[in-house]
Ligand binder design. Structure first.
Ligand SMILES: *Cc1c(COP(=O)(O)O)cnc(C)c1O
Length: 230
């Protein structure tokens, strides 16, 4: 808790505003990419422990400077040749978008005696440029069954980004597609696995829709830290 005499920082205020809008059972990833470590520390001092980064080099620098009890989520596109740098400390990889990437996370995890929690990134948006499995690709990857042998990774759920549009109905529909698919694969492959429970959807501009459509992990940057300085 901030001390009584010290005014709450803007970041602490923003954080508490965001948290007050989240229903019970919805967790917050504070997306701190492109923000300096002093700002992460402000959020940390206000009680936030889960931070999301999307660039490997930036995450490495910040991880070395922040307290050890921070849980680092990697939320961006991850190149296979960079997996080794984050596997020693990352707590959740949100955007697994190919079987090849899953295999490499597994390989590096086994080398450090870890089991890495991973989410399958689903492509549900209109844009062609966004990474992720289509539901068909994801279905066939799971049906092939090879993933069951990967003891260094644990599949914990799905992640998606909605279309980049002002059309709220389209955004809602994207989250709904992801959520329907989550329930399909939950019942087909993970019914007995209580760890497979994460739905990572929703960013600053659309997280309330995401939560209404079943998200239980929101990734929020701008609303907490302000706009990014690239
Ligand atoms: C940057 C980013 C966010 C946060 O976006 P804001 O609009 O700043 O809340 C969420 N998810 C992913 C995958 C991101 O890259």
């Amino acid at each position: 808790m901030p001390s009584r005499n010290k005014p709450m920082s803007t970041i602490a205020n923003n954080l508490s505003d965001v948290l007050s809008t989240l229903p019970e059972g919805v967790e917050l990833v504070a997306v701190s990419k492109y923000h300096p470590v002093e700002e992460l520390q402000e959020a940390y001092d206000a009680g936030q422990r889960v931070f999301g980064e999307s660039i490997v080099q930036e995450l490495r620098l910040k991880q070395a400077q922040m307290p050890d009890d921070v849980q680092w989520h990697f939320i961006g596109h991850l190149q296979t040749n960079k997996v080794k740098y984050i596997v020693p400390y990352v707590s959740l990889v949100h955007a697994v978008d190919s079987y090849k990437l899953l295999c490499e996370i597994n390989r590096q995890a086994l080398r450090c005696n870890r089991v890495i929690d991973c989410l399958l990134q689903l492509h549900v948006a209109l844009e062609k440029t966004k990474f992720g499995f289509t539901v068909e690709e994801c279905r066939s990857m799971l049906a092939a069954g090879e993933w069951r042998k990967l003891s260094g990774v644990r599949l914990c759920g799905v992640m998606c980004m909605a279309s980049n549009t002002d059309d709220e109905e389209r955004v809602r529909q994207d989250f709904r597609s992801a959520n329907t698919f989550f329930h399909e694969i939950k019942s087909d492959y993970f019914a007995d696995n209580s760890s497979f429970c994460i739905r990572s959807y929703g960013m600053s501009h659309d997280y309330l829709i995401a939560v209404a459509e079943g998200s239980n992990l929101v990734r929020i940057g701008t609303t907490i830290f302000g706009s990014r300085r690239y």
